[in-house]
Design a protein around this ligand. Structure first.
Ligand SMILES: Cc1ncc(COP(=O)(O)O)c(C=O)c1O
Length: 448
């Protein structure tokens, strides 16, 4: 495995961004620096460490599946999002909170070192070398790196503006059944909210459709095919009704992220046995705290718990307690409401800069949340690491994520190489303007 594992592009991108101070990185999935919750974290740590009685357990090893209080609070928090409609409209309970649903039980919650750890362990538990995972086409490139490292294969399922293309999913499953490879398919990986890299959100109806299709093919597969829902960006929602894209006004209400942002796949009937839900406190709170979580069906929960026992036998207790306190005091929710506004503003700045500086034949996908815009150049203009566009951009001190990194090696199609992911997460407003101007100049020169 050591020999097989290719250098992960994420490490190179982060290293490049950090080692060149003049470079404006629109590549990294870093979050907004200015709003990182320093003050809240200090107060919460003081709360945890206020006495030896509260401080000592936090400074000790903990339970492999996670701190009991954080598991309970996480279950409640998720249920609140699922019952409340969109994350943009958080429900305020008067009086008693509703009883916890069986799908959202704290017993099913596992706390991990970022959701990345959970994605990794889930694949470890589910897949043998040569197995296959269905992914959105394109998808989160670090997930593809895990597959590569573990000797797993991926098949891409087309992505539309409102999520996965169900007809294409059916075609892919049929094809795999015909070729005898369906028995190697273990899961479908879906980034359901403000997708990385495209910003697309998959509607609840589509999640229902995905689960139905996977179930339909299970008999031929001979085992469960899980829906792995990655909701990393769920809480970074800033669209209150859907901003229109600068170039492509929405053609139908289905594109409106506020409308389709409803519930997670956990709310689909039958989800308890087939949906693995992963979430994170990195994006809405702080990546430096690096606590993620997941809800897993049995028997997978037990398997992953055992694997985590071997990995690290538990996520850092102090950080879990910090988060539990932030959730309990309501400061977490207040913080999320604040950063939603901040990201909304930064996304507007990026949208305006794109409209001003990018050539008109570049198609822009604008998100209603998350951290990324997706830009599609004419098909004959490559954007990959070796391309003229990327190298000239780098020379001009601006970095983006080449779209080709986000596509699985899939023999059924040629890998698209004419797109780019542009992030407004960590750059200041001034640097977003400057970075887009520089990138726009490179594109205008290349596209003529
Ligand atoms: C789609 C997606 N999933 C998971 C993660 C992992 O985040 P973390 O490990 O910080 O929870 C990321 C990070 O960028 C992401 O973009």
């Amino acid at each position: 495995m050591g020999r097989r594992t290719a250098p992960p592009p994420i490490s190179w991108l982060m290293q490049t961004a950090l080692s060149r101070p003049k470079l404006i990185s629109l590549a990294a999935g870093f979050t907004d620096n200015a709003t990182l919750p320093v003050e809240i974290s200090r107060r919460m740590l003081n709360r945890v460490l206020r006495s030896p009685q509260t401080g000592r357990p936090a400074l000790q090893y903990g339970i492999t599946a996670g701190e009991t209080n954080l598991r309970r609070l996480t279950a409640r928090h998720l249920q609140k999002l699922d019952l409340g409609g969109t994350p943009c409209r958080r429900p305020k309970y008067q009086g008693r909170q509703p009883a916890i649903l069986p799908t959202h039980s704290p017993d099913r919650v596992m706390i991990t070192g970022g959701s990345q750890q959970l994605l990794y362990m889930t694949l470890e538990a589910l897949c043998d070398e040569g197995d296959m995972v269905l992914v959105e086409d394109p998808t989160y490139f670090v997930f593809l790196s895990i597959l590569q490292s573990r000797g797993l294969r991926a098949r891409g399922v087309r992505l539309e503006r409102d999520g996965l293309d169900l007809m294409h999913l059916e075609t892919v499953l049929q094809r795999l059944k015909k070729s005898g490879e369906l028995r190697r398919v273990k899961a479908l990986y879906l980034i359901s909210y403000f997708h990385n890299p495209t910003g697309v959100t998959t509607s609840f109806e589509k999640k229902r459709g995905v689960l139905k299709l996977l179930k339909q093919f299970e008999r031929a597969a001979g085992h469960p095919i899980y829906l792995l829902e990655d909701a990393a960006y769920r809480e970074l929602c800033f669209s209150k009704g859907g901003d229109a894209s600068p170039r492509r006004p929405r053609s139908s209400r289905r594109d409106d992220p506020a409308m389709v942002l409803e519930k997670s796949a956990l709310m689909v009937p039958g989800a308890a046995e087939r949906v693995i839900y992963t979430g994170t406190y990195s994006k809405p709170y702080a990546p430096g705290v690096r606590v993620g979580f997941g809800l897993l069906p049995e028997p997978l929960f037990t398997s992953v718990q055992r694997i985590k026992g071997n990995h690290d036998f538990g996520t850092a207790n102090l950080l879990q307690q910090l988060l539990a306190n932030a959730l309990e005091t309501g400061l977490y929710d207040r913080h999320v409401a604040k950063i939603e506004k901040r990201y909304g503003q930064k996304a507007r700045v990026m949208r305006q800069a794109l409209a001003e500086h990018f050539p008109p034949n570049v198609e822009i996908w604008e998100p209603g949340g998350g951290l990324y815009f997706w830009a599609r150049l004419p098909k004959n203009v490559p954007t990959g690491v070796k391309s003229k566009v990327f190298q000239t951009a780098l020379k001009n001190d601006v970095l983006y994520v080449p779209g080709e990194l986000c596509y699985a090696d899939d023999p059924a199609r040629k890998k698209p190489d004419h797109e780019m992911r542009i992030s407004f997460g960590s750059a200041s407003e001034e640097n977003i303007r400057k970075g887009i101007k520089r990138l726009g100049a490179v594109l205008r020169k290349t596209l003529g």
